[in-house]
Design a protein around this ligand. Structure first.
Ligand code: 5GP
Ligand code: ZN
Length: 114
């Protein structure tokens, strides 16, 4: 498996991990396009939203709420999905961009793999 996000999931590639549980991992985007730029990523490898099982789709959105609560971003974040190359998807492992430019937010990473 040459998927870079699967390697991050296995802790075999560098990443700043903000949150993870059995199904979801959240890590910092390597080229942030906002002050806070996290990638909310199901651990299940698939490319498109249509291939993500319903229970995991729910877990993605539960995780989005967890992040929002923890960082107190209730009124200031954007969630972006690039679904397919024509829509701008580069990494073929489904992930949601969680972006915010809220000032004075301290993002504490749980695990940093170097
Ligand atoms: P998309 O596929 O939705 O266009 O975006 C892929 C995102 O993954 C990009 O924002 C890019 O900066 C990020 N990215 C690509 N490779 C890596 C990597 O090895 N580590 C991390 N943390 N992010 C990556
Ligand atoms: Zn993968």
């Amino acid at each position: 498996m040459s998927c870079i996000f699967c390697k991050i999931i296995e802790h075999k590639a560098p990443a700043k991990i903000f949150y993870e549980d059995a199904n979801i991992i959240v890590f910092a985007d390597i080229y942030p396009r906002a002050k806070i730029h996290l990638l909310v990523t199901p651990k299940f490898h698939c490319s498109r939203i249509m291939d993500l099982p319903d229970n995991l789709t729910l877990k993605v959105f539960e995780t989005v709420r967890k992040i929002t609560k923890e960082l107190k971003l209730h009124d200031n974040f954007k969630l972006v999905l690039h679904n397919g190359a024509l829509a701008g998807q580069i990494v073929e492992h489904l992930h949601f961009h969680y972006l915010s430019n809220q000032p004075n937010v301290n993002v504490k990473y749980k695990t940093v793999i170097t």
